[in-house]
Design a protein around this ligand. Structure first.
Ligand code: HEC
Length: 104
């Protein structure tokens, strides 16, 4: 019992560490690659891309009008046309880091 509790505490602590590490390592370059793969068909993901889908907000617009927290929260939930849970928490942070590179 004691050993099991210790293991639980340990894995919880490791989980927190891993989370902090991943947050620090949010990688906008990887985010751009993911966006080009998964989001570009609907969202304008660069400054000069031609309009994709009329009702999907552009990334530069999102950067000016949404916070990092709001975007991460949004992407953690099922997205209109995207399959639920398609993105891992790390991928979400990378994509949001990329979106935020457009903030002036
Ligand atoms: C099939 C089209 C489609 C794809 C693919 C798509 N989106 Fe969207 N997205 C939309 C539409 C339409 C909206 C606006 C309606 C809504 O908010 O659901 C939207 C809204 C959003 C928003 C705005 C939320 C807000 O705060 O208003 C974010 C952020 C977003 N998408 C991110 C992404 C990311 C990141 C990807 C790729 C991983 C992606 N989308 C892929 C169609 C798409």
């Amino acid at each position: 019992m004691r050993a099991k509790l210790t293991m639980l505490a340990l894995s919880a602590a490791l989980g927190v560490l891993a989370h902090a590490g991943a947050a620090l390592a949010a990688d906008p370059v990887k985010g751009e690659e993911l966006a080009a793969m998964w989001c570009k068909s609907c969202h304008v993901i660069t400054i000069d891309q031609e309009r994709a889908s009329a009702d999907a907000p552009t990334y530069p617009w999102l950067a000016e009008n949404r916070t990092t927290e709001a975007l991460e929260l949004f992407l953690a939930q099922p997205h209109s046309t995207m399959p639920t849970g398609a993105l891992t928490p790390g991928e979400i942070r990378d994509i949001v880091a990329y979106i935020m590179t457009f903030k002036k």
